[in-house]
Design a protein around this ligand. Structure first.
Ligand SMILES: NC(=O)C1=CN([C@@H]2O[C@H](COP(=O)(O)OP(=O)(O)OC[C@H]3O[C@@H](n4cnc5c(N)ncnc54)[C@H](O)[C@@H]3O)[C@@H](O)[C@H]2O)C=CC1
Ligand SMILES: O=P(O)(O)OC[C@H]1O[C@](O)(CO)[C@@H](O)[C@@H]1O
Length: 396
């Protein structure tokens, strides 16, 4: 069996690669990183190390890689033969792969009638559906009908923390042992893939919403609050009382939304939150606040991990969530130099003023109570930051 996987990065090698390998698939990675592609092709295997006391290792074999910039025809040829296509490239990159995917699927339909599932494994709600929309923009009506018969884009939720990798072995990936990969079974075409590491469910929404608004909200909260308070690493930031308080407060707010919308009870959801807080504290994972906070404009999206639950909270309970607003305010102070979106956000705030910048980014009017509350916290954060800087310069 062959799986074609777009994105040989942290999640691609450190999560999807492991699960597909264990299910007996050969994996053809597709990437634009020439160094990574060459290394995968020359070594033909890579190592996963599990970040816990045991530091167990596993080798992933049966792999090859294609540079889609250099050899797009090879990608097409692989997708023609594939039994499964997956992606872990990042939500903003899905659009970039849609053209080659559309060409590959068109070519495949000329050769075989075998159905194919394409699963986007990204931190977003409806990732595969979004990819399908981008692919379908390239099709005629006739091709759309054909694709509807042959291909499916089941949505998925993926959960495993794979931090920034600083290893001499460039292919090695250190990952947390925990994982959860949930796929919408109702959208699968053909036989259900025999992959024991995937949990197929009849309805994905509760899983992706619970995961995005707990794991990702919590992680983002530590990253932005931690960055604001001068921490470089997630494990250091979460030890700070104020950061922990804001994060656990935010997860109580998202928890109220999740429990009201879906069939989870409060106690079991609290257990889920506690397990996630323990995962964030894993001392064997060294992760930077800038990686977890990367792409702040995307993370301020209306359906994403901060505004998504904040808006639902406001709609459901008629109140502004204090902790989520504090975190949104902290995002506005995330000015990591290496992050293109952080630079764009800073530029926006400087040119338009913070209220307009936030309201335009999140597509809500400036008078919206969530905007007003977040700006209130932004001003408070700014004051506290000034005091910290003044105090630390006194110490120097
Ligand atoms: N790292 C983590 O802990 C988790 C990440 N995710 C999600 O997984 C996705 C990938 O994240 P990471 O693996 O951390 O990022 P990453 O940056 O390590 O990997 C992304 C890979 O995609 C490749 N890429 C970029 N453009 C491409 C293109 N046009 N065609 C093919 N490959 C291309 C990059 O070269 C890179 O190797 C994101 O959506 C992220 O939100 C989800 C859960 C956890
Ligand atoms: O990948 P994103 O959407 O930028 O989010 C950052 C991080 O969120 C997590 O999935 C979980 O909190 C990370 O490990 C991940 O890379």
């Amino acid at each position: 069996m062959l799986a074609v996987h777009f994105g040989a990065g942290n999640i691609g090698r450190g999560f999807i690669g492991e699960i597909l390998h264990d299910a007996g698939y050969d994996i053809s990675f597709v990437d634009i990183n020439a160094e990574m592609v060459d290394l995968l092709n020359s070594k033909k295997k890579y190592k996963i190390v599990f970040a816990d006391q045991g530091k167990n290792e596993q080798f992933i074999t049966g792999i090859s890689a294609i540079n889609s910039k250099v050899e797009p025809d090879k990608v097409i040829e692989s997708i023609v033969r594939a039994d499964l296509v997956t992606t872990a490239v990042g939500p903003d990159i899905l659009v970039n792969i849609s053209d080659l995917l559309a060409k590959s699927l068109k070519r495949r339909s000329e050769i075989t009638d075998k159905p194919l599932n394409i699963i986007a494994c990204e931190n977003m709600i409806g990732g595969s559906t979004f990819l399908k929309e981008k692919v379908y923009e390239k099709l005629s009506d006739e091709e759309k009908t054909l694709f509807n018969r042959l291909y499916a884009f089941p949505d998925a939720a993926v959960d495993r923390i794979v931090p920034s990798q600083i290893n001499d072995d460039r292919l090695m990936v250190e990952v947390e042992p925990y994982y959860e990969w949930v796929v919408d079974q109702s959208a699968i075409k053909g036989e259900l893939p025999a992959i024991s590491g995937i949990k197929f469910v009849p309805e994905l929404a509760p899983y992706i919403v619970r995961k995005l608004f707990t794991v990702n909200t919590g992680h983002a909260a530590i990253a932005y609050f931690g960055y604001m308070k001068g921490f470089a690493r997630i494990d250091e930031a979460i030890k700070d009382k104020e950061v922990y308080h804001a994060v656990s407060g935010a997860l109580k707010e998202t928890g109220r939304v999740i429990v009201s919308k879906y069939d989870f009870d409060w106690d079991s959801h609290q257990d889920y939150i506690n397990k996630i807080l323990l995962r964030f504290k894993n001392p064997y994972i060294i992760d930077s606040v800038t990686r977890v906070g990367r792409s702040p404009l995307r993370k301020l999206g209306k359906n994403d991990r901060l505004l998504g639950p904040a808006l639902s909270y406001y709609q459901l309970f008629g109140k502004v969530p204090e902790n989520l607003s504090k975190i949104i305010a902290a995002v506005l102070l995330f000015d990591a130099e290496d992050d293109q979106e952080a630079r764009a956000l800073k530029h926006l705030i400087r040119n338009q003023g913070v209220e307009k910048a936030l309201s335009e980014t999140v597509e809500l009017e400036e008078q919206h109570p969530i905007i007003q509350k977040s700006i209130e916290y932004y001003k408070l954060h700014l004051k506290e930051k000034e005091i910290t800087i003044r105090d630390s310069s006194k110490r120097l």
